[in-house]
Design a protein. Structure first.
Lengths: 302, 317
């Protein structure tokens, strides 16, 4: 850190003689970086502005929408509230995200704690976790196991598989290992059992890593669609939002070619995309730092 | 000798199972959930692979279905679709492991050249966004943008004079591969650059200072100081990339391809998915065989890349 500060200070104070070539390179770099940033948000901006546009004008409009075309209105959002399958999908996604995150985090934390203690199972379990990273049975054998357990077509097939993985368990193990040994000894001397030590004393201190795992779980479940397309393809009442969006947009692709398309249906597709992205984008400034740190730590560990 | 060994053993290894269980039974209970989880979701499916060598049907299960040996593998490699899927997987995987891999590095290096800290941070934050947008939404956006008369199609038509067409319906050789590559880069260029940006910020300022005093320009310092310093990180990431290149990152194709473009867009992953869950009649055994092939190649690549990384001194496990 001290080195960094020194570097920054030096960069600020140094008077660098810039050649023309340097200035040209600088301009190119600024333009390119700005372009990447711009490209990252333009599609979302296009959708946002389209969602406030007039359906009929929008369908006839070619190219990017930088500002609502036609009479600006919030018709698309009003339609969302009248569409039961979208509301149901939104509700399902929230339920799935909460349960998936709960199960995944508890499992990772408990396993991480158990792995961090000195037991005979530590080595064999680490080996088993490594093995699952190396080789997987694949899609169909996994499906068959869940089928024989009666989970296919239920919420369990969506919230249990993949809720934790070897990476998360090992990350939590490292977090528990990083807590000073004295902490464990002190709580042991005070008569706390392992469960108390885990949930009341050490887990709060391991929450730096814990929150990274929680964020990863929330985002991956919020955005997931394939698990549902495999396990609940015919039960629309169980569809998460992403699957509803998928059907809506792919239906619209054929639908809009008909001679008398319903413009409000075209509009609703943009509104629902915004409704699906909004929670994550709004949360983004709050979790950006944590995710970045987690990414760097995870990477350093391999 | 025995005494020496005993002295080396410490903690749990020295105690017997009985005293261990008595002493730490709570910790052993904490292992139960993950053991159950691993068995159900990882180890049972591994045994389930036997169905790739059976004519599996759901009614008869693993024990009643007839054994057919390598029949399904013969079908896979004898037909046209599967070898085509392998070719597409290799092509897309190679593009991603080379061009797709370099893009975030270049972005990180460009960021390191920017002096205005606020501008740098702002651009970085914006570039993270696509990584958090759901696959369904990203794919539907790209489908719209590259459709006939879509914004990107118009751009390509107006600037490069390419035909106005639905690019996803184009089954000429590199078109779908390049679109998929570009989509991957768009999604990951910002988020993928984090590691490199962090590594660059760790480089000691003294090096740059000394070089600058000796008259090195910014560009010279980038190539002679920054790049060599993050080279170990680049090597490590490259090895990880190679290890997962055959298995990961093909799921979005399910949202983009159509039957008329299977010849260029079908991959081993999508083939596996389609045989079992693609609607119509499911051929579970054929899908399991294709999935097994994918897993085995994936494992071999991972082991190879790990061996490679041992040589470069940064092994994964």
């Amino acid at each position: 850190m001290a080195k960094n500060r020194k570097k920054e200070e030096w960069e600020n104070n140094m008077v660098e003689t810039k050649t023309t070539a340097d200035i040209i390179v600088n301009i190119i770099v600024y333009v390119l970086v700005a372009l990447v940033a711009l490209c990252s948000v333009i599609p979302m901006w296009h959708v946002l502005m389209s969602s406030f546009s007039d359906g009929k004008t929008l369908l006839a409009h070619k190219g990017l929408v930088f500002w609502p075309v036609g009479q600006a209105n919030a018709e698309g959002y009003r339609l969302i509230f009248r569409n039961n399958s979208i509301l149901q999908g939104y509700f399902n996604t929230i339920v799935y995200t909460i349960s998936f995150t709960f199960f995944g985090f508890m499992l990772s934390a408990v396993t991480g704690y158990a792995l961090s203690r000195d037991t005979k199972l530590k080595k064999p379990m680490t080996m088993a976790l490594m093995l699952t990273m190396l080789f997987s049975g694949g899609m169909v054998p996994g499906y068959m196991v869940l089928r024989s357990l009666g989970m296919v077509g239920t919420i369990w097939a969506l919230v249990l598989p993949g809720c934790t993985n070897s990476m998360f368990c090992i990350m939590m193990m490292n977090a528990f290992n990083a807590i000073p040994k004295e902490m464990y000894e002190a709580s042991h001397i005070d008569g706390a059992g392992h469960l108390t030590t885990l949930f009341e004393i050490t887990l709060p201190q391991a929450m730096n890593m814990g929150s990274v795992i929680i964020l990863n779980l929330v985002i991956s479940q919020w955005n997931s669609w394939m698990q549902a397309s495999i396990y609940v393809p015919n039960k629309k009442a169980l569809w998460p939002l992403q699957l509803v969006i998928r059907q809506l947009t792919s239906e619209n692709a054929n639908f809009l070619n008909s001679s008398n398309p319903d413009y409000s249906r075209y509009l609703i597709q943009f509104a629902v995309i915004i409704a699906a992205i909004a929670p994550i984008i709004i949360m983004f400034p709050f979790f950006q730092d944590k995710m970045e740190k987690g990414m760097i730590q995870g990477g350093v560990k391999g | 000798m025995a005494k020496k060994n005993a002295a080396v053993l410490t903690g749990s290894a020295r105690r017997s199972w009985k005293t261990e269980l008595k002493r730490d039974w709570v910790v052993y209970m904490l292992f139960v959930p993950i053991i159950v989880y691993e068995i159900i979701f990882h180890f049972l499916p591994m045994f389930g692979i036997v169905m790739a060598f059976q004519d599996y049907n759901v009614a008869d299960g693993y024990f009643g279905s007839p054994w057919v040996g390598l029949k399904h593998f013969a079908t896979l490699f004898g037909g046209e679709d599967f070898p085509q899927a392998i070719r597409n997987t290799v092509a897309i995987g190679l593009l991603k492991a080379t061009i797709g891999f370099i893009a975030p590095i270049i972005f990180a290096l460009m960021l390191s050249l920017i002096e205005n800290k606020k501008f740098k941070r702002f651009c970085q934050t914006l570039s993270y966004m696509p990584n958090f947008v759901a696959a369904v939404i990203v794919c539907s956006l790209f489908t719209q943008f590259l459709a006939k008369d879509g914004p990107l199609t118009m751009l390509l038509t107006n600037i490069f004079g390419l035909t106005n067409q639905n690019w996803f319906a184009n089954d000429q050789i590199p078109v779908f591969w390049l679109i998929y590559l570009f989509m991957g880069i768009w999604q990951s260029i910002g988020w993928g650059s984090i590691m490199y940006v962090a590594a660059i910020s760790q480089i000691s300022g003294d090096l740059h200072e000394a070089a600058a005093i000796d008259g090195a320009t910014r560009m010279q310092r980038m190539f002679k100081i920054t790049l060599p310093n993050i080279l170990p990180m680049i090597m490590m990431m490259f090895v990880i990339n190679i290890g997962t290149a055959f298995v990961a990152g093909y799921d979005n194709i399910l949202l983009l391809y159509m039957p008329s473009t299977y010849s260029v867009s079908d991959t081993v992953f999508t083939y596996t998915y389609r045989q079992a869950f693609g609607g119509g009649s499911s051929n579970y055994s054929l899908s399991a065989a294709s999935g097994l092939f994918q897993s085995v190649v994936g494992t071999v690549l991972l082991l190879l890349s790990n061996a490679l990384s041992r040589k470069t001194g940064s092994s994964l496990f």
